[in-house]
Write a protein that binds this ligand. Structure first.
Ligand SMILES: CC(C)(COP(=O)(O)OP(=O)(O)OC[C@H]1O[C@@H](n2cnc3c(N)ncnc32)[C@H](O)[C@@H]1OP(=O)(O)O)[C@@H](O)C(=O)NCCC(=O)NCCS
Length: 200
């Protein structure tokens, strides 16, 4: 795609990134927490120094993004501590559904689950490309840039946890050199696969 640019996200891109996440990963747990929650998450990723937030820009519009963190445990600790007073009102209406509260707790603590401790702490958190641009190599370009940024941070390996129903994403990770090394139920009844990329 001529004219496609991969660049660091700007603060003004955060609403668009949250929109892309909610629209193109609609079945994900994070999307179920709503746009405000996603906005807060991406705002924190934007400011957090151990995070990478890149966008794909085409004809002046953000058509995709990728995000990753150097250490998922540290990031969630920071996010939770710094935003607890914001998270509570955002989730207030939803949290009365016990399932949602449980889901948030599981999300915050899942990196500590026993066998995950042996896995790389660097993690790709999400990648999305707007549907009309699928199959044109946009995600591949985002991924290549993420790998470079991880290398700069001296991360030799990174993982991604992907819902077993996200077939396109699974094919994409396999094509991008990830190896499936296990599966996990972060949220009861929803199976996710763990993929690892050796970033050499
Ligand atoms: C996964 C996603 C980011 C891929 O974006 P994309 O820009 O279309 O991907 P690319 O064009 O770079 O594709 C690279 C390779 O991935 C594989 N792939 C991607 N989409 C595929 C599909 N629908 N069917 C089969 N293979 C696919 C192919 O091997 C492709 O290489 P090829 O075109 O040479 O065959 C995109 O489908 C998307 O945004 N999905 C919804 C959001 C999502 O599920 N994100 C992951 C959550 S963690």
């Amino acid at each position: 795609m001529k004219g496609l640019k991969i660049m660091k996200a700007k603060k003004g891109d955060i609403p668009r990134i949250s929109y892309l996440h909610k629209t193109f990963i609609p079945t994900g747990f994070l999307s179920s927490l709503g746009r405000k929650f996603l906005y807060l998450l991406y705002k924190n990723l934007y400011f957090y120094k151990g995070a990478i937030l890149l966008v794909a820009q085409y004809e002046g519009n953000v058509i995709g993004f990728i995000s990753g963190v150097k250490d998922i445990n540290k990031f969630f600790k920071y996010f939770y501590k710094k935003n607890i007073l914001k998270i509570i009102p955002i989730l207030f209406l939803r949290v009365f559904r016990f399932k949602v509260l449980k889901g948030v707790i599981e999300l915050v603590f899942y990196p500590r689950k026993h066998f995950l401790c042996d896995l790389p702490r660097s993690e790709l958190l999400g990648i999305v490309v707007e549907k009309k641009y699928h199959g044109k190599g946009v995600a591949t370009k985002l991924m290549n840039q993420l790998k470079k940024e991880f290398k700069r941070m001296k991360c030799k390996k990174f993982k991604v946890v992907v819902g077993s129903r996200l077939k396109q994403a699974i094919l994409f990770y396999e094509k991008s050199g990830f190896k499936r090394i296990g599966q996990i139920q972060i949220h009861k009844g929803i199976m996710s696969y763990i993929f690892v990329n050796e970033n050499r």
